[in-house]
Design a protein around this ligand. Structure first.
Ligand code: ZN
Length: 431
């Protein structure tokens, strides 16, 4: 059973090469379970027991199932993010080199471990905007080349003998550009990429107005280890939490409290976009739910105050080769269960109160849990929780599954952990 969840996760990530695809797949899953899509620009008619979702920019998604009880008693939120570090293809990307090779000009998105992107077959996918009758609203389409298309070749060791020494720097502009083709006699440099995309989509090049295309590792994830205990896959941060949240959201029972699943975009670049956690979108949705059910302003304040949020973003497991980088007394390990994240300076929203709630949920679900704090001399990361709770004063906890190599093109997580967190999330929605 545990392995089945891990296999489903690998499949979900394979089908989700970009944030757009992840949201489209989540949307499909919701529709097939009877959820109805609402649109922000239209009037909402919501009722108790109703199952709804809304998307923003095709890259973030907010699903909610209205509970049978009084909305002022609060809601239950699980939040995660759809985006992962990658390389975005720049406008006018074609860069012929030495008259023989065609490179693509790219820009780094977020904080990838760039070394891990070398010498692997890469593909590209994303969103393509096509001409439509409404000048303010081009038609949105998605494309996924879904085959090996390019490589970022590393320099041979003979040209850089210091390559294995620490502190060997990489230039994002020089070292990281992928090669997509050899230039031959029939090669047409003008609009090469545009024509390629048009051909792939079976549309006319002149109908393509613009696109958001990013690279991804072509090879699919896998389960590995002598006892098949590990998951090797790209984008575990944070699609593992998206997948677990979605699974729990759909499989949990209808409840007295309203259940919410929020999948934000742009966490990797600070969340400050219209589809990111820094925007007022989640609060707006909460208001529309409360007022849509006939609640008052007073009910809204009570609903927010009485709610609880799980901010779910992956966590660092103790690294076997760098034990000294971790906190001396807190050592979360892979397959030891979900990790509650603490930070004295409140980069995480967890406090004793909210940690106690999550620990109780894990106990009720029969799932182990662990605790993470940074080594006090390390800066550590941040996530969605405190950005969201600074807009809505509800209680909340930051958690995530333990993993190695966060932001590598190929990260490692635990088979058991994925099953554990799905169980814990399901319990949270059910209580
Ligand atoms: Zn993350």
């Amino acid at each position: 059973m545990e392995k089945q969840f891990a296999k489903e996760l690998i499949e979900f990530i394979h089908e989700s090469p970009t944030n757009f695809h992840a949201v489209a797949n989540a949307k499909q899953e919701l529709i097939s379970h009877g959820f109805k899509q609402l649109f922000s620009g239209e009037a909402w008619h919501i009722e108790k027991g109703g199952k709804y979702f809304v998307t923003k920019n095709h890259s973030s998604l907010y699903a909610f199932e209205i509970g049978s009880g009084d909305i002022a008693n609060g809601m239950k939120f699980i939040c995660a993010h759809s985006d992962s570090p990658t390389f975005r293809i720049k406008p006018n990307a074609e860069m012929p080199t030495a008259g023989k090779y065609l490179k693509l000009n790219t820009e780094v998105y977020g904080g990838p471990i760039m070394y891990t992107w070398f010498d692997r077959p890469l593909s590209m996918a994303g969103r393509v905007m096509l001409r439509s009758l409404n000048p303010l609203k081009p038609a949105t389409h998605f494309v996924n080349f879904d085959r090996p298309m390019m490589v970022i070749p590393h320099i041979a060791i003979h040209f850089n003998r210091a390559v294995n020494d620490q502190g060997n720097p990489l230039s994002k502009q020089k070292d990281m550009l992928p090669v997509i083709a050899m230039i031959n006699e029939t090669f047409e440099k003008d609009n090469y990429l545009l024509n390629l995309v048009a051909k792939e989509m079976n549309v006319k090049p002149e109908d393509i107005l613009d696109f958001d295309l990013t690279l991804y590792e072509y090879e699919k994830g896998c389960i590995f280890g002598a006892n098949e205990e590990f998951i090797s896959c790209g984008k575990l941060d944070d699609l593992a939490m998206v997948h677990a949240g979605l699974k729990a959201f759909i499989n949990s029972q209808a409840n007295a409290k309203t259940k919410v699943l929020a999948i934000f975009d742009n966490e990797e670049v600070g969340s400050g976009t219209k589809q990111g956690a820094g925007s007022p979108i989640l609060r707006t949705i909460v208001e529309r739910i409360v007022f849509g059910l006939g609640g008052s302003q007073e009910d809204l304040y009570r609903a927010i105050h009485n709610s609880f949020m799980i901010s779910a973003d992956m966590a660092h497991a103790l690294h076997p080769n760098y034990v000294e980088k971790h906190d001396p007394t807190n050592h979360p390990v892979i397959n030891g269960g979900p990790v509650i994240k603490f930070n004295a300076n409140q980069k995480y929203i967890t406090d004793g109160d909210s940690a106690a709630v999550f620990a109780t949920i894990c106990n009720m679900a029969g799932v182990p849990y662990q605790k993470f704090v940074n080594h006090s001399d390390m800066a550590g990361g941040s996530t969605l929780g405190n950005i969201l709770l600074s807009q809505m004063e509800m209680r909340g906890v930051d958690i995530g599954n333990p993993m190695w190599a966060m932001h590598s093109v190929r990260e490692t997580g635990g088979v058991m952990d994925h099953a554990y967190v799905i169980k814990a999330f399901t319990m949270f929605y059910n209580i």
